[in-house]
Design a protein around this ligand. Structure first.
Ligand code: SF4
Length: 453
């Protein structure tokens, strides 16, 4: 599980306001949800603070994708409950996917938690926080319509605005808990989506990332994902449009055309494949074959020849033979992904795989296979990144890099349209565009100097 993402901090409206601290775990959808929670509570008169010690209400926005994450979140909540020694009225809540998944057992497992709310319940947060009870308050109703219309997330200043355009998932891949904890797929009204994008552009954001568990499955009446891309790209002030994560089976030719046509849409795609074995894809019920995935990538690369492509891969899923695993290695060699999120399978209670398939690949073998694909991907990423040597890339500056220059002054970093992290020594304002000449490449980062300094 990743480290928690620092809390979103908004200015305090009044010194007397109850103060809330939100800690976020998991994916970008959770980051965007935290921005929505912050907006709802700010509207209700709460002030948002940057540390748990300052807070009257601590909310942990959680992820349910991995079992380990649950233990960690419960441990973190227990640790935070120690603050009650100085603040007996402190309220601690668990929000999000894990709250939804463990609603029945959480009050017993974590008796120090006052509030358990699923991802469709945030509009009711102010009311629930106003209630008093000796028992944990639970609200985990899933909704078929909740899209948080009219709520502009309280965003940290930065370069990228997340806009959730589709919530939930209808795919039910056998390994995945998401459809059970985030409910059915529903798309945001395009006029509301445009309002949110226009608002973020007026706040100075130059880049927008459209979010959804299967973002390209978007459909609202006659509007499909391709229409949406064209509409977002036309918003004044938006220079870069990204989206994550598309579902391979739902990619249309119209969407590919839009990506190719629109200079604002970045030539960088995260296209989860999960396995290179037809048998494994069937067991996962991914809804596409390796051949179809290969064909889709070929169509994308024909339309956008310099496309940067990343993916997700799971090794050690139920029944994975050595031959299945070799197929994944072969596909990686063939596709030459720019990067990949790679995992070894860990069973999640409540999923179809947990109910119907044996988790029969020994742990040690899962670890070995993971090591092998990581090593292969590192090599491929390095080779792909070395192709940028000597080239000038346009980056959107994000801020100071963790690595300093040899003289000890901070390096700056930003991201290229292809999604590469680029580090360079010259001073440059955050949220400005800069041209950088690449002179060094590792598997994860490009380095260079400002070509326009
Ligand atoms: S598409 Fe599959 S893996 Fe992705 S969220 Fe939906 S069920 Fe999970």
């Amino acid at each position: 599980m990743a480290d928690p993402i620092p809390a979103t901090a908004a200015p305090l409206d009044a010194a007397s306001a109850r103060k809330v601290y939100v800690e976020t775990y998991g994916c970008q959808m959770n980051v965007a949800d935290t921005e929505v929670v912050t907006a709802i509570l700010t509207r209700a008169g709460y002030g948002c603070v940057g540390t748990p010690e300052e807070a009257d209400v601590i909310l942990i926005n959680t992820c349910a994708v991995r079992e380990k994450a649950e233990e960690r979140v419960i441990g973190r909540a227990a640790q935070l409950s120690g603050l009650r020694a100085h603040k007996p009225d402190l309220t601690i809540g668990i929000l999000g996917c894990m709250a939804q998944h463990l609603a029945a057992s959480l009050p017993k497992r974590a008796p120090f938690v006052d509030l358990v709310m699923g991802p469709d319940s945030y509009q009711r947060l102010p009311d629930i926080l106003a209630q008093t009870s000796n028992e944990a308050l639970l609200d985990v109703r899933l909704s078929r319509v909740e899209n948080y219309v009219g709520i502009d997330g309280v965003r940290k200043s930065g370069t990228n605005a997340w806009v959730t355009i589709i919530r939930g998932c209808d795919k039910f891949c056998t390994f995945c808990i998401v459809p059970y904890v985030r409910g059915r797929e529903r798309s945001l009204d395009p006029s509301e989506m445009l309002r949110q994008v226009t608002q973020s552009a007026s706040e100075g954001f130059k880049e927008v990332t459209l979010l959804g568990q299967t973002v390209n499955s978007y459909r609202f009446l006659q509007t499909d994902f391709a229409d949406l891309l064209r509409a977002v790209a036309a918003v004044d002030g938006i220079e870069r449009v990204r989206f994550t994560s598309p579902y391979p089976k739902d990619f249309t030719d119209r969407a590919i055309e839009a990506i190719a046509d629109l200079p604002e849409v970045c030539p960088a795609l995260h296209l989860p494949v999960q396995s290179g074995s037809e048998t494994q894809l069937e067991r996962m019920q991914r809804g596409y074959s390796v051949t179809e995935y290969r064909d889709l990538v070929a169509r994308l690369r024909t339309a956008v020849p310099d496309l940067s492509l990343s993916t997700d891969i799971i090794v050690g899923f139920c029944g994975e033979s050595d031959q299945d695993f070799r197929r994944t290695l072969e596909l990686m060699e063939e596709m030459r992904f720019d990067s990949a999120y790679m995992f070894k399978y860990s069973e999640r209670s409540g999923t179809a795989a947990h109910r119907k398939l044996a988790d029969d690949v020994p742990e040690e073998l899962k670890r070995e296979r993971l090591r092998e694909i990581i090593d292969l991907q590192e090599q491929i990423s390095l080779e792909v990144n070395q192709q940028w040597l000597g080239k000038s890339v346009q980056i959107l500056v994000e801020g100071n890099s963790k690595r300093k220059t040899e003289e000890g002054s901070p390096n700056r970093f930003g991201r290229s349209a292809h999604g590469k992290v680029v580090v360079f020594p010259e001073q440059a304002e955050a949220n400005s565009m800069r041209s950088v000449l690449v002179d060094r490449a590792t598997s994860h980062t490009l380095y260079g100097s400002a070509a326009d300094a």
